[in-house]
Design a protein around this ligand. Structure first.
Ligand code: ADP
Ligand code: S3P
Ligand code: MG
Length: 171
């Protein structure tokens, strides 16, 4: 089976949903952020502070291309979609499942979390501006899942059904 790539904005639930989806589907799950942290032995916050965003983005692309592309769930960082080459890689090697959540939900989840350097000091408006600047990239996916008002189990079930039915035509 081709890889399943979970994409979406910060706080949409990629890492959390991916863990549960992997359990249900009996597949391994790999998180690109966690791989970068392991490789560099630094937190995401430290990497942004000490090496800058451009360096982080290079690492993100390297990791994406080193990861397996068969029988695996890959949960990505919210900014992976920015680069054309990353989206092209994911499309070529698997299905992109995009998790969408409203900006109010996102803001509630990430504004007080200091581990996300691109979210921690932003107002809701600034966070929304960042989201809007990426919206076309997120829409470039195989399946779009609306996650608001749904718990993790509901979301996982919906992803499984959509993948099984190959109901890709109607995002
Ligand atoms: N559907 C959901 N319902 C309630 N809480 C959620 C849901 N999805 C994610 N969360 C919570 O939101 C936070 C961010 O989730 P996370 O998986 O880290 O998002 P991402 O990897 O997309 O940034 C976590 O505390 C997680 O438990
Ligand atoms: O959207 C972004 O640019 C980022 C999202 C983060 O991952 P999550 O989406 O899992 O929070 C992490 O990769 C980094 O802080 C940058
Ligand atoms: Mg994550």
């Amino acid at each position: 089976m081709e890889a399943i790539y979970l994409t979406g904005f910060m706080g949409a639930g990629k890492t959390t949903v991916g863990q549960q989806l992997a359990q249900n589907m009996k597949l391994p799950v790999i998180d690109t952020d966690q791989e970068i942290v392991k490789k560099l032995n630094k937190s995401i916050k430290e990497i942004f502070e000490e090496n800058g965003e451009a360096f982080f983005r290079d690492q993100e692309t390297k990791i994406l291309k080193e990861l397996p592309t068969k029988d695996v769930i890959i949960t990505t960082g919210g900014g992976i979609v920015i680069k054309d080459e990353n989206r092209a890689w994911m499309k070529e090697h698997g299905n992109i499942v995009m998790l969408h959540a409203d900006i109010d939900t996102i803001y509630e989840r990430v504004s007080s979390d200091k581990t996300r350097p691109l979210a921690s000091k932003k107002s809701k408006q600034e966070l929304n501006d960042l989201y809007q600047s990426r919206v076309n990239f997120y829409d470039d996916c195989t399946i779009l899942i609306e996650t608001d008002q749904k718990n993790i189990e509901d979301i996982v079930n919906e992803i499984s059904i959509r993948l099984n039915s190959k109901n890709f035509g109607n995002k």
